[in-house]
Ligand binder design. Structure first.
Ligand code: PRP
Ligand code: URA
Length: 209
């Protein structure tokens, strides 16, 4: 069974509260999402293995630590997942970035794939999939399946706000994928929006409607 990690550091909760407010505009929404992503990334990478490396400081030689060979890839689910990339890249500048384009059909709420471009060696990387919203779980589950079809077997899912329904679906369909969230909200409404949520993340990031 995949583990659910609730990253509820006070600074993350505070920033998320501002994001949720309906009067918060796109510019502040984007900045806050980037900041929270960096903070969440710190926790997501907490257990990365380290190797010893011999270096020389201006004073003497020493055995120091470096993150071991395992390389990282960040894979945002378009569009809203893009808003979480820069924060993670600040933390891991050498990470490669793939893109999976999905949108939800407004009537069925089922995801529709329109784009997929991934690093060639994606199967050898630790993949962090980003999407601020985990609602029904349809988009995340499809993105995870697409990655697995390409050989990925080491994937983590990073979301900002999740509904219990979406968490349950990912855990059922992808029991090997750990989920990292800043909040587990109450439920979904009849339009499959998260309650209380923060509205349409893509629209709020990019100023569309
Ligand atoms: C939103 C969100 C997720 C998806 C979550 O994307 O960014 O990808 O919905 O819902 P689900 O868990 O029920 O699949 P949307 O389809 O609105 O596309 P966008 O990011 O391009 O706005
Ligand atoms: N997608 C969003 O952007 N928000 C929701 O609440 C659900 C799906």
């Amino acid at each position: 069974m995949s583990q659910l990690h609730l990253i509820d550091h006070p600074m993350i909760q505070h920033k998320l509260t501002i994001m949720r407010k309906k009067e918060t505009g796109s510019k502040d929404f984007r900045i806050l999402l980037r900041e929270i992503s960096l903070l969440m990334g710190y926790e997501i990478t907490r257990d990365l293995p380290l190797d010893d490396v011999e270096i020389e400081t201006p004073i003497c030689k020493m055995t120091a630590k470096k993150v071991s060979g395992r390389k990282l890839a960040i894979v945002p689910i378009l569009r809203a997942g893009l808003g979480m990339v820069e924060g993670l890249q600040t933390l891991v500048p050498v990470a490669k970035v793939g893109h999976i384009g999905l949108y939800r059909n407004e009537e069925t709420h089922n995801p529709v794939v329109y784009y997929c471009k991934l690093p060639e060696d994606i199967s050898q990387r630790l993949v962090i999939v980003t999407d601020p919203m985990l609602a029904t779980g349809g988009s995340s589950c499809d993105a995870l399946s697409m990655l697995k079809e390409r050989g990925c077997n080491n994937i983590r899912l990073m979301c900002l706000v999740a509904a219990p329904e979406g968490i349950a679906r990912v855990q059922r369909e992808h029991p090997d994928v750990d989920i990292y969230v800043a909040s587990v909200d109450e439920c979904l409404n009849k339009d499959a929006y998260i309650v209380p949520g923060l509205g349409d993340a893509g629209d709020r990031i990019f100023g569309t409607k």
